[in-house]
Ligand binder design. Structure first.
Ligand code: PLP
Length: 424
């Protein structure tokens, strides 16, 4: 939300004018700020330090939120670990300079190849999500002559009170192991020769604004941890997942990271286990925006459509979750002409789907050619982008101390069909 600053030349990020970036790199274009990414990481580090947890915790950035190598490299340099959900993400982490021994591997469906790759790399922990996965992992580790470090991802059956597509902690979700059954499964895991039981984890959902459900889940996880210790199975770490929500709208009651974490960290005061966190959105979401240009204005009797050059293939969240992103003009406020009146616009992309929208009923004074910034687009933006309608994916730029660096060039159309072949 606070990524841009107003200036007489229009909106800036870290002192660089967005209009200049649009000229240099074209639109649509994702723009990230190194300072904002660093500050988001510092908020976690400081919250942990305030609870005396700095030396016994690891922040594992959830790669799926934004997997650009430059972002992974930045977090690796800050000492972060990584939460991955595929073998591909492990490759990215290693390529970016991340350490395998700081990687935790989540996900309900890990292939045997992915298990082997992660075992050979020597990751810190597999977050196992089913009895069947335990058996498969034990087999693969045995085949390689290795021991697989594991935790069980338990499903604590709490309602995270978020969008149903991103709620993961209810009994009805595909994620995790029913916490009622986890005790017995731990005993089975401890008896498997090629597994080492290391920890426990849970992740109840995403874009969580109220810490109460997560605090409740942590309470259940700690109770199970104590029960296991009493049965002779002490755990080394407790992974409380990610999910902290960010502010997408000015009046949204998004918590500060420190405030959200306080009731969770308080439960660790008298404990000795290491704590792992898996934040994604809250590290990158408000450190990025999507820069787009108005192509066509279609004022109408029913609705006014502003067709911009970014679309649902670039930023899927509005179409997928009916998510809100603030959309602001890049030009300085004073540059609005005297005859300009703000109208409620449907901000839509050129993709051939009625679900292709970026914002509904946004009151703006618009002209064709104007630049718009779609805010809070750093998480689940580029990471979910597709080539639907044969649209090359956008460029990505990172601002670092007044310098703009291209961290992913725009795709070319030729690259989109380079892997295809016609029949002979
Ligand atoms: C997606 C995911 C995260 C990150 O969630 P955010 O809401 O982006 O913080 C963490 N852990 C697991 C297992 C996930 O699937």
């Amino acid at each position: 939300m606070t990524l841009t600053t107003p200036h007489t030349d229009g909106l800036q990020v870290e002192g660089v004018a967005l209009a200049t970036l649009a000229e240099r790199f074209g639109t649509p274009c994702y723009v990230y700020s190194r300072a904002a990414l660093t500050a988001a990481h510092a908020a976690y580090r400081d919250a942990l330090a305030a609870h005396g947890m700095r030396g016994r915790s690891l922040i594992c950035y959830a790669v799926k939120a934004n997997s650009n190598l430059a972002i992974l490299d930045l977090f690796a340099r800050l000492g972060a670990g990584f939460d991955i959900v595929s073998g591909g993400e492990l490759d990215r982490v290693i390529k970016a300079g991340g350490r395998a021994d700081k990687v935790v591997f989540s996900g309900v469906g890990k292939s045997r190849q992915e298990m082997q790759k992660a075992l050979k790399a020597g990751i810190r922990c597999f977050n196992v999500e089913s009895a069947s996965e335990l058996g498969q992992l034990n087999e693969e580790a045995g085949r390689l002559g290795l021991i697989a470090p594991i935790s069980l991802r338990v499903n604590p059956d709490v309602d995270a009170k978020t969008h149903p597509y991103i709620a993961t902690g209810l009994k009805s979700a595909k994620f995790g192991i029913d916490i009622e059954q986890a005790f017995d499964l731990y005993l089975r895991a401890a008896a498997m020769p090629h597994l080492a039981v290391k920890g426990i984890d849970c992740h109840i959902g995403s874009q969580l604004l109220d810490p109460a459900p997560a605090a409740e889940a942590v309470g259940k996880v700690l109770a199970l941890t104590d029960r296991l210790a009493a049965a002779g199975l002490p755990l080394e770490h407790i992974d409380i997942g990610g999910g902290i929500g960010i502010q997408y709208q000015a009046d949204e009651p998004a918590p500060a990271v420190a405030d959200y974490l306080a009731p969770l960290l308080a439960q660790f005061a008298d404990r000795r286990e290491h704590l792992i966190l898996e934040p994604g959105r809250s590290l990158v979401g408000n450190a990025g925006l999507l820069l787009t240009r108005v192509m066509v204005l279609k004022p109408g009797t029913d609705k006014n459509f502003a067709v911009v050059d970014a679309a649902m293939n670039d930023l899927m969240r509005p179409a997928l979750y009916d998510a809100w992103h603030d959309i602001v003009p890049v030009a300085a406020a004073g540059k609005v002409g005297p005859g300009d009146t703000a109208l409620p616009w449907e901000i839509v992309g050129p993709v051939c789907e009625s679900g292709d929208f970026l914002g509904h009923q946004r009151k703006l004074a618009l002209h064709e050619g104007d630049l718009l910034a779609i805010l809070s687009a750093g998480a689940y933006g580029m990471a979910m982008a597709s080539n639907y309608n044969s649209r090359p994916r956008a460029a990505e730029v990172m601002i670092d101390g007044g310098e703009a660096h291209l961290i992913r060039r725009r795709e070319t159309v030729g690259e989109l069909y380079a892997l295809e072949a016609c029949l002979p």
